[in-house]
Design a protein around this ligand. Structure first.
Ligand SMILES: NC(=O)C1=CN([C@@H]2O[C@H](COP(=O)(O)OP(=O)(O)OC[C@H]3O[C@@H](n4cnc5c(N)ncnc54)[C@H](O)[C@@H]3O)[C@@H](O)[C@H]2O)C=CC1
Ligand SMILES: O=C(O)CCC(=O)C(=O)O
Length: 522
């Protein structure tokens, strides 16, 4: 399918004169074709169409919405190699990674179709009336979750498929019953157009209201700002920089009608090497660490950017193994010239800190947007004196903090900002320390791992990919896993409504999992 560079307003292609081009990640050179830059009128038209589609779309049956999500998954798969090739060119990510990401994207859509059919996300509660209760009769009360309204989704640079046009936020919003207006990431407009065309075909095939999906694109911030400011938008999903996420939060909060922004922003994912585990397998841990730090050129918000351990010979063995692995780690192309520049400047800033020692670098990079990994260490006491060194450097670099005691380690934890994940490497003999740390780790992060590495997120019912600020702007939610549907829903209680008016899922015997008169039905 030839790329046309058009926008998608209410599932129809629209061309504009002004345009921008994608940049090939590996060379930094512009590639064809030119993509239309959306105007503010296009944002307005997309939001108006989303609003017009809201009631027709949200009142469809759960089965109809499930079929729509499945049709999107099929259409994305039908794009074949063309999608993977364009995404490789635009993002510099390797083929196998993008094939995996495509599978995850289709899998997420199908998982939400299953979620719709299960129906427990509606959180139905029925409290039957007791008309003869004294002194006052008890009314009939029935609760279910309803969709918020049109949702704005910002595509992420580092996941051109799974966190972009038809990614997690789009899938969960569409599942919830919310039309979506996507603001495509300017780093991968061709990938976004291909995926948008797949959604457009799914809209046609399943007879969805046209305004259920639009995609606007462009390089200026004013486009995203206008989208978040639009009164018809009721929630925002975002993955990207802390500055970008916070700018959108500020806009959303200063609207006459403030709205929630679910922004995933920055996380360094602290990893704890507890003493017995370190003693037992320092070398294997050192290798596993570097594999996780360098995976995907380190461009994961789950990248292990901070490691904490107690000083001692086992830590020296770990550092030797990690350094050796890093010395042999090939340089990798980064997603965009700007992300490459930000990485290089973050690494040189950290390398220039007198209390920080650089212990290893990866293989010398060859291309203009290629970067090498780097490992740094510093003493716990120095970190405590200036915890600003824990700022995220987006890329394949990590800082190891050597602590003199468990108390020092706890002090370091207390200075950390909110995180997506935290990891314990532990053996049986470490259980007592792990238990002592656990309550503070629960306060710190959205996911706690044992004996693994945080990169790679399973898409399941029990996944939380979220966490306290600044890892996200709202730690009560997740962007991955079926619980994500909840971010685009709100509860409504129906009191004494006649059966004819009650939504089908709230009638007696509807077959939806429910809590009826205080007892779960399944
Ligand atoms: N922690 C994480 O998961 C990620 C962090 N990043 C960080 O973000 C940096 C830049 O990467 P990008 O992906 O381009 O993120 P970004 O935050 O600059 O851009 C993401 C999206 O938000 C829009 N945007 C950004 N600032 C905005 C503003 N003030 N108003 C309206 N719209 C705005 C952009 O046009 C783009 O569509 C990276 O170097 C890295 O530090 C990037 C991707 C993921
Ligand atoms: O590792 C993953 O699968 C998700 C990571 C992520 O959300 C991110 O890097 O932005």
């Amino acid at each position: 399918m030839a790329l046309t560079g058009e926008l998608f307003i209410a599932s129809k292609r629209v061309a504009r004169d002004a345009g921008f081009r994608a940049v090939a990640a590996a060379t930094g050179s512009e590639i064809e074709p030119s993509f239309s830059t959306a105007t503010l009128e296009d944002v307005d038209a997309a939001c108006a169409a989303a609003e017009a589609a809201f009631l027709p779309y949200s009142s469809l049956s759960r089965e109809e919405r499930a079929k729509f999500l499945e049709a999107i998954a099929e259409e994305i798969e039908a794009l074949g190699d063309e999608l993977i090739e364009r995404a490789m060119q635009e993002s510099g990510l390797p083929q196998a990674r993008l094939q995996g990401e495509r599978g995850r994207t289709a899998g997420q859509l199908r998982l939400f179709a299953k979620e719709l059919r299960l129906g427990d996300y509606l959180r139905v509660r029925i409290d039957h009336a007791i008309p003869d209760r004294a002194p006052l009769p008890k009314p009939d009360l029935r609760l279910r979750m309803v969709p918020l309204g049109p949702v704005a989704v910002f595509g992420a640079s580092n996941f051109p498929l799974a966190f972009s046009t038809a990614g997690g936020d789009t899938a969960s919003a569409l599942a919830a019953g919310c039309p979506v207006v996507v603001k495509g990431h300017p780093a991968h407009p061709g990938t976004a157009e291909l995926v948008a065309s797949a959604i457009q075909r799914a809209v046609e095939k399943t007879g969805m209201p046209a305004g259920v999906f639009s995609m606007v694109a462009g390089t200026a911030n004013e486009l995203g700002e206008a989208l978040v400011r639009d009164p018809r938008i009721t929630a925002v999903g975002f993955t990207g920089s802390r500055g970008g996420g916070l700018a959108l939060v500020r806009i959303a909060q200063s609207r006459p009608v403030p709205i929630p922004v679910y922004a995933e922003m920055s996380s360094i994912n602290p990893v704890f090497l507890l003493p017995a585990a370190l003693e037992a397998r320092a070398e294997a841990l050192g290798k596993g660490y570097v594999a996780s730090v360098t995976m995907g050129a380190g461009q994961f918000c789950t990248n292990p950017g901070l490691v904490l351990a107690l000083e001692g010979p086992a830590l020296e063995r770990f550092l030797a193994a990690a350094s050796e692995a890093m010395l042999g780690a090939p340089a990798q192309v980064m997603l965009t010239p700007n992300i490459h520049k930000a990485y290089e400047s973050g690494v040189s800033k950290l390398a220039g800190v007198p209390t920080v020692e650089q212990i290893a670098q990866g293989v010398e990079p060859q291309g203009p947007t290629c970067a090498r990994g780097a490992l740094f260490t510093m003493k716990g006491a120095d970190f405590i004196a200036d915890p600003s060194h824990a700022e995220e450097i987006f890329g394949a670099t990590s800082l190891l903090v050597r602590c003199a005691s468990v108390d020092e380690l706890k002090k370091v934890i207390s200075l950390l900002e909110g995180q997506l994940t935290t990891t314990l490497h532990m053996d049986d003999a470490d259980v007592a320390i792990a238990q002592e740390l656990l309550p503070s780790l629960e306060r710190l992060a959205g996911r706690i791992l044992a004996n693994g590495w945080p990169t790679g997120v399973e898409v399941t019912d029990a996944m939380v990919h979220g966490g306290p600020f600044p890892s996200t702007s709202d730690g009560r939610s997740t962007s991955v896993g079926t619980l994500a549907i909840g971010r685009y829903l709100r509860p409504v209680s129906y009191q004494d409504l006649p059966e004819a008016l009650l939504p089908a899922d709230l009638r007696d015997g509807a077959g939806v999992p429910a809590r009826v008169d205080g007892k779960p039905t399944v």
